[in-house]
Design a protein around this ligand. Structure first.
Ligand code: EPU
Length: 425
């Protein structure tokens, strides 16, 4: 097992290049299943979730290989073994994104129930019900979904999600590209990663368009072809580095991300008094906190995009421990995503939990080094941020979860002046 040892207090300065978005690239890899022609993705982050999905897709029988540094080439000729083992699904819930493309292209797949993880219950009922509406038969036995289409494939359908679901929207889009007729998705997700997937599908010959507020229409086509696509920048990685700059009173320029995708975060940062400038044309954000005034407290509620991202309330809470007064966080997407609070309290934070979805944070409280750890990607990044701000040394465990979604996080932080080492423990 590996851990990070962080000696806090060093202001971060310099430039950092933001990697391609995890929550886009995984769905784009799944999109490559829809054609027998090669799909090349560029700006692919070097994160372990990509490695896991790559191995999983190779096991099914597809060719997936890294080329030219940041590119990934995928060729899905046949699926002799349309089966996703439980070990893979346990490591990565996003493996369930193969349901739609496997059904659309090969007419069958066996996938495990990815189950819940430590941010609360995470059912897949919306995905399953949507595929059933499109004509698939799906039986659930011994933890596995056995899914198959009728002989003439999936048919277009009208799907209205009971609540906004990112991967549910994407799964239906992927399935519908090769279905007979038109599919209409209502209450669809608006995340920029969904739009980037729609752009890739368009390049592959798919007919997918946003046609109304939270409505997407997909006209099925007979076949899709190969394409090359550059993955958009990771807004969550960008927000993490913006907080790292602000919490250490540094001066950092983030490159390779579209600030328009960080609207809700930038608005909260402005309300707190974090000095930053965004340039959409240049794809950069400059966080300038060297001599900034004390931070103001804020009340934040998470919501589907364009609201404040659930993934980002934990990292933001570190900054809120340094604001002057009482801030609140209301997590509305997941039932149980405030576990990081317990670890931050060990480092000196004053956080009161009101149930499992609300937290009250009183600041400013100096943070001090401690031994902390948590089995979740965004909460792990949160503890790293706290370690950067704390006096003394912190030891953060559970970093394999951070490697799932952050590319070489410690190398990027060290280049900005942080004191962070990865050790074998
Ligand atoms: N939901 C259901 N039934 C379903 C699907 C979702 O009840 O069939 C509920 C969920 O339990 C949740 C809400 O709907 O309460 C929204 O979940 P959503 O389906 O949008 O989540 P997801 O698509 O599984 C993606 C990201 C998450 C991110 C959420 C919310 C990927 C691979 N994951 O998950 O990212 O938190 O959207 O924005 O795209 C992360 O990157 O660390 C991460 C967890």
């Amino acid at each position: 097992m590996q851990k990070f040892v962080i000696t806090g207090g060093a202001p971060l300065n310099g430039e950092v290049r933001i990697a391609g978005a995890k929550n886009a690239v995984l769905k784009m890899m799944a999109a490559a299943v829809l054609t027998d022609e090669p799909v090349t993705l560029r700006n692919v982050p070097r994160i372990s979730d990509v490695v896991i999905l790559r191995e999983l897709m190779s096991d099914i029988g597809f060719e997936v290989r890294r080329s030219n540094g940041d590119a990934l080439e995928i060729r899905a000729l046949e699926a002799p073994w349309p089966f996703v083992p439980l070990e893979a699904a346990v490591k990565m819930r996003a493996s369930f994104i193969l349901l739609g493309p496997m059904l659309a292209r090969f007419g069958r797949v066996i996938l495990p129930n990815p189950g819940g993880d430590r941010i609360g219950r995470r059912p897949v009922d919306f995905h399953v019900e949507a595929m059933q509406r499109m004509g698939a038969t799906i039986a659930y036995r011994n933890g596995y979904y056995f899914a198959a289409t009728p002989r003439d494939g999936l048919r277009g359908a009208h799907v209205t999600f009971p609540r906004v679901t990112v991967m549910g929207t994407e799964n239906v889009i992927l399935a519908a590209t090769l279905a007979r007729g038109t599919t209409v998705i209502d209450n669809a997700a608006l995340e920029p990663e969904v739009d980037d997937l729609i752009a890739l599908l368009g390049d592959m010959g798919g007919r997918v368009a946003r046609t109304g507020e939270r409505r997407i229409e997909v006209e099925g086509v007979d076949r899709l072809g190969g394409a090359e696509h550059r993955v958009l920048g990771d807004r969550l990685e960008a927000e993490t580095f913006a907080i790292a700059a602000a919490i250490t009173r540094g001066d950092v320029t983030l490159r390779g991300v579209d600030p328009r995708h960080l609207g809700a975060f930038l608005e909260v940062a402005e309300r707190m008094g974090v000095p930053l400038e965004a340039d959409a044309e240049a794809g950069l954000i400059h966080v300038r906190c060297r001599d900034s005034a004390p931070l103001r407290p804020v009340d934040v509620r998470t919501d589907p995009y364009p609201g404040f991202a659930t993934d980002f309330q934990a990292p933001l809470s570190v900054l809120l421990t340094q604001a002057d007064g009482v801030s609140t966080i209301h997590e509305t997407i997941f039932e149980d995503r405030l576990d990081h609070a317990r670890e931050l309290v060990k480092m000196g934070a004053d956080i009161e939990l009101l149930g499992t979805q609300r937290a009250r944070i009183t600041g400013p409280t100096p943070l001090h080094g401690a031994e902390v750890g948590i089995a979740d990607l965004r909460a792990g990044a949160t503890l790293i941020l706290a370690g950067l701000a704390a006096t003394g040394t912190s030891v953060v465990s559970g970093i394999e979860h951070v490697d799932r979604g952050y590319e070489q996080i410690e190398a990027k932080l060290v280049a900005l002046g942080a004191r962070i080492n990865r050790i074998e423990a």
